[in-house]
Design a protein around this ligand. Structure first.
Ligand code: AMP
Length: 355
C-alpha cells in the first residue's frame, strides 16, 4: 500500500495490550478498522477493535490470514519474532519497517546505531560470557548495569553492579543471556521525545516529557520538562536524526538522560510510548492518532501542546483509585480493561491537566 488508506481500511496490529487498545480507539475515530493479532485470550485491545485473531506467532496460517485482511501492519511491541515478520511482510507492508525492529530488539545493535549517528550514549561493552563480563567491568568500570541484549522491558533483565558485586552471580541472575554492561550515568533527570515521521518524510515531535521511574517502571511524565530550551532542541534533533536514519514511518519514543546541558540517548522504542500518553489530553492530535495517520499514509497532525500535563501510571492495585479520581476536576482517566490485577502491571493512567 502506498496510497493513503481510505476510510474503512484495515490496520493490522501485532499485540493486543493497552497500546494496541489505544491505537484501535484512535483508528476508529478516523474511520479506520483494526485487526488485532495476539496469542493470549481476552486482550485489552480486543474490547475495542474490529477483529481479533487469537493465535501464536508461529501459526503460519493465522499469520497469512491476518496479513491478507489488513491493508498495512503495525505493532505495539518490538519483540515480534523475525520469522513471523518474514511471513507477514511477504503479503502486506509493515510500518515502521524492519530496520527499526532489528535495531531496537538488540541493545548492542541499538547502541552501535546511536554511536554511528554521532549521538552520545552511556559507556557500554558487549557481554557474552564471564570472561567478557570481566573485560567489560575493566573498560566500563563500576557502578554499572548489566542488561540482557533482548527481551528486556520495565527494568526486567537488568542487574546493577557495584565495586563489590560478584560478576558470576550477576551473570547468573540474567540466566547467562547475551548482555551489555552499561556504565551507571549520574544524570539530573530523564526525558523522552515522542516523535513521528510520515511516509513522505515529514517529521513532527511532541514536547519532551520529564519521566520519573520507580523500580524500572515509569511512574510519571510531566510536560513541560524542566530543562533549558537548548536541551529541548538537542533532544528533538536527536529524535529526528534517528527517524531519518531508520527511514521510519510511525511514532517512535526516544529516552534520554539529561546531565546539565548534555544529553545521552538511553534507548529507542519503535512504537507509541508510555511517556507519550500525556498527549491524549494535552495535544490536538495525540501519539496514537499520529501513529495511525503515519502508518495509514495520511499527513501528520499538529503535535503542539495546549496544556501542561502530569501523566501518572496506575500500577497494580492503584487501579482502585479510579472512583476517587473520577471526582477530581481536570483529571482524564484511561483504564486498560485488563482482566487481572497484578503487582507491577500497568492497569491504566491518568492525565492531570493544569488549567
Ligand atoms: P531501560 O530499560 O534501559 O530503559 O532502563 C530502565 C531505567 O533504569 C531507566 O529509565 C533509568 O532510570 C535506569 N537506567 C538504565 N540505564 C541506566 C544507566 N546507564 N545509567 C543510569 N540509569 C540507568
Amino acid at each position: 500500500m502506498t496510497d493513503p488508506l481510505p476510510l474503512g481500511g484495515t490496520i493490522g496490529i501485532l499485540g493486543g495490550g493497552q497500546l494496541g487498545r489505544m491505537l484501535s480507539v484512535a483508528a476508529s475515530r478516523l474511520g479506520l478498522r483494526c485487526h488485532i493479532f495476539e496469542p493470549s485470550d481476552d486482550p485489552p485491545a480486543g474490547h475495542v477493535a474490529h477483529q481479533v485473531t487469537t493465535a501464536s506467532y508461529d501459526d503460519s496460517e493465522a499469520l497469512a490470514a491476518f496479513a491478507q485482511s489488513a491493508d498495512v501492519i503495525t505493532y505495539e511491541f518490538e519483540n515480534v519474532p523475525a520469522d513471523a515478520l518474514d511471513a507477514l511482510e511477504s503479503l502486506t507492508a509493515i510500518r515502521p519497517g524492519r530496520k527499526a525492529l532489528a535495531t531496537s530488539q538488540d541493545r548492542m545493535v541499538e547502541k552501535q546505531f546511536l554511536v554511528d549517528l554521532g549521538l552520545d550514549v552511556a559507556p557500554f561493552a558487549r557481554v557474552d560470557d564471564i570472561d567478557s563480563l570481566h573485560h567489560a567491568i575493566e573498560t566500563v568500570g563500576t557502578p554499572a548495569i548489566l542488561k540482557t541484549r533482548r527481551f528486556g522491558y520495565d527494568g526486567k533483565g537488568q542487574v546493577r553492579l557495584s565495586e563489590d558485586s560478584s560478576p558470576d552471580s550477576a551473570l547468573a541472575s540474567i540466566a547467562n543471556a547475551p548482555a551489555i554492561l552499561e556504565g551507571l550515568v549520574p544524570f539530573d533527570l530523564e526525558i523522552s521525545v515522542v516523535a513521528a515521521r510520515s511516509i513522505d518524510g515529514a517529521i513532527a515531535c511532541f514536547d519532551p516529557g520529564h519521566n520519573v521511574h520507580l523500580d524500572g517502571i515509569l511512574r510519571t511524565t510531566t510536560v513541560p520538562a524542566p530543562v533549558a530550551d537548548g536541551v529541548v532542541s538537542k533532544a528533538i534533533a536527536a529524535a529526528s536524526r534517528v527517524l531519518e536514519a531508520l527511514d521510519y514511518v510511525g511514532v517512535l519514543g526516544v529516552e534520554l538522560f539529561v546531565s546539565g546541558d548534555d544529553l545521552l540517548v538511553n534507548e529507542i522504542a519503535p512504537r507509541v510510548h508510555n511517556s507519550g500518553h500525556w498527549t491524549q489530553n494535552g495535544c490536538v492530535v495525540d501519539q496514537f492518532e499520529q501513529h495511525v495517520r503515519a502508518v495509514a499514509g495520511w499527513p501528520l497532525g499538529n503535535p503542539a501542546r495546549h496544556s501542561d500535563v502530569v501523566m501518572e501510571n496506575l500500577i497494580g492495585a492503584e487501579i482502585g483509585r479510579v472512583a476517587d479520581l473520577a471526582t477530581e476536576p481536570n483529571v482524564a482517566i484511561h483504564v486498560y480493561g485488563k482482566s487481572e490485577t497484578k503487582p507491577g502491571r500497568k492497569m491504566g493512567h491518568l492525565n492531570r491537566l493544569s488549567p
